[in-house]
Design a protein around this ligand. Sequence first.
Ligand code: SAM
Length: 247
Amino acid sequence: MNIELEPNERRVRTRYNQINQIWEIDDSWHQHSFKSSRKLVSRFFDKAHLRGKTVLNLGSGDTIYDYGATIINLDLAEKKLVGLKNAVCGSAHNIPIKTSSVDAVVCAGSVINYCNAEVVFFEIARVLKSGGYCYLEYERSGSFEYLGSQGFMGDIAVVSANYAGAKEVVWAYGDSFIHSMINRSNMQCVRQSWFHIISPMIFKLTKAPRISAKFGIFDPLLNHCYLTKWAGNFVVICKKNGMMEAQ
Ligand SMILES: C[S@@+](CC[C@H](N)C(=O)[O-])C[C@H]1O[C@@H](n2cnc3c(N)ncnc32)[C@H](O)[C@@H]1O
């Protein structure tokens, strides 16, 4: 691969090239994340009227979206891109795509938790056309499972999580920090939602991911209540300021 990578990007690329299944069937916690994400992404394609438009799937892994749009799949890990249409191997920190060239960006599955969020936001805003939309999902520093740990509710917290059979260290973000990134990169938040709302609380008490994940079924009921303050995952839909450019 002909791109210059930072040590952290190299580590992430090696790890994802080795992971066979990003969303393991037996891992009920991440299965709930995956299903919630698919549902919300599908709604995003629908509400943002993306049929026939060009959408960048940023940090695509091997997840394929097919909602009648032209999808550009970009990921660091080249093995994840095998067989995907319009595959681009590259980094979200330096997106190898022209300025103002896509109608929407989908960045699902905690991609920015591996990244410098500030850099990625500016890159997303750069490649989006004016008036274009972005779907972004991340793991929160305010998740109840981190209560009592350093960085809880902070702007950027270094956290350790179990994923794909190993412990990994990622950055978790605070909502006000992400909102300030959105504003600074010339975008505005138009909608938000949460998932894994009470499951992190149950996890904190039981340390049992399987049992805790079952409580994800209450997410749709809890999306407008105070408990979202301690949810594990946040989804924000933002819009780049300005009018949508003519096709
Ligand atoms: C948990 S997977 C999510 C995959 C997919 N978005 C989904 O929702 O199914 C995270 C993905 O982010 C990719 N990734 C992490 N850092 C990246 C970066 N700086 N640039 C591009 N991709 C990155 C990884 O290689 C991995 O495929």
